[in-house]
Structure formats: structure tokens, C-alpha cells
Design a protein around this ligand. Structure first.
Ligand code: HEC
Length: 150
């Protein structure tokens, strides 16, 4: 009978959807949070992470609003802007979590320079992001990525 068959088909579709949705959730959960936050916070506008398959997202509009305006050397901005942000595949070999947390909040500097962008998310997000960054230790990939950009 038609109605019964229709119901059966809908039930099957619903079941299939649940299975698919579960699979998608699981895939997202398997991904470390850090990579998602990295993308959400637009870090990928400037930085690639070769080992995580993250390339720099080129974007013409909104470039200006990405850089913090509160600060250090507006005059120097012209020259600073030209400096290529490094690939972060090996950032975990250079800095520890305490340093990175401060650096991304612009409370710490590298070679006398603070970071371009203050982290705008929640503290937990910064923790997750930094927790992921310190696991990045592939120097060969970082060098290759930086070389490819010059
Ligand atoms: C507007 C471009 C820009 C954005 C957006 C940006 N950065 Fe950077 N970042 C730089 C530049 C340029 C440097 C190199 C140091 C400098 O010149 O200030 C740098 C340096 C770093 C360093 C130090 C790397 C090293 O090898 O010592 C880390 C870590 C870092 N950024 C993480 C992040 C994270 C995480 C985000 C996202 C929350 C982010 N950056 C967003 C431009 C950017």
C-alpha cells in the first residue's frame, strides 16, 4: 500500500540523514579545534600552515581592517606590510604556549615587534589555538612554504 511505502521511504531517508549528520559531526570533532579557530580568526589571511594543509587566503577587500590600528608605528606600516608573515608549520619549535598566548594578545614582542593582530576571540579559543600551535614542529615544511612565497 502506497501510504505505508511512503512512510517507509521517509523513515529510511530520515535514518540516512541521521547517519550522514553523525558522520559530519565526527569528522569535525576529529579535527583539532585549533585549526578551526585559526581559520575563524582569519589567521590564514596572512599565515599558511603547510603541514595542516592551510594556505594563505588572499583577499583584496578588508585588508586594512585586519591590521590593528592601535599602534606601534603607523609610519612604519608601509615597510612592515611588505614583510611576509611566516608559515607556522614549525612555530612549536620556536615558542612555547605561555609566550604565544602573550604574543597573540600583543603583550609580548618578537625582536622588538609586537604581532600585527590582537586575538579577538574568547580566552578558551586562544588556549585551544595556542595548544594546537605548539604541536606544530615540522621545520622542513615551514622552510619550503616560506621559500615558495619569496
Ligand atoms: C595582518 C596579517 C596577520 C594576521 C591576520 C596574523 N598574523 Fe601572525 N604574523 C604576521 C606577521 C607579519 C608576522 C611576523 C612578525 C611581524 O612582522 O610582526 C607574524 C608572526 C606570527 C607568529 C610568530 C611566528 C614566528 O615564527 O616567530 C605567530 C605565532 C603568529 N603570527 C600567529 C598568528 C595567529 C595565531 C593569528 C590569528 C589569530 C595571526 N598570526 C594572524 C601577520 C599576521
Amino acid at each position: 500500500m502506497n501510504v505505508a511505502r511512503g512512510v517507509t521511504i521517509s523513515l529510511c531517508l530520515a535514518a540516512a540523514m541521521v547517519v550522514l549528520a553523525t558522520a559530519a559531526t565526527r569528522a569535525a570533532a576529529a579535527d583539532p579545534d585549533g585549526t578551526k579557530i585559526f581559520q575563524d580568526q582569519k589567521c590564514a589571511k596572512c599565515h599558511s600552515v603547510q603541514t595542516a594543509g592551510i594556505a594563505v587566503v588572499e583577499s583584496k577587500e578588508g585588508e586594512a581592517e585586519e591590521a590593528d590600528d592601535e599602534g606601534e608605528g603607523e609610519a612604519a606600516a608601509g615597510t612592515e606590510e611588505k614583510k611576509n608573515p611566516p608559515d607556522l608549520s614549525a612555530v612549536g619549535t620556536k615558542h612555547d604556549d605561555k609566550f604565544l598566548t602573550k604574543y597573540l594578545n600583543k603583550r609580548e614582542a618578537i625582536e622588538g615587534k609586537k604581532h600585527k593582530k590582537r586575538f579577538k576571540g574568547k580566552k578558551e579559543e586562544l588556549d585551544a589555538l595556542v595548544g594546537w600551535l605548539v604541536t606544530l614542529k615540522d621545520e622542513a615544511a615551514a622552510k619550503a612554504a616560506d621559500a615558495a612565497r619569496k
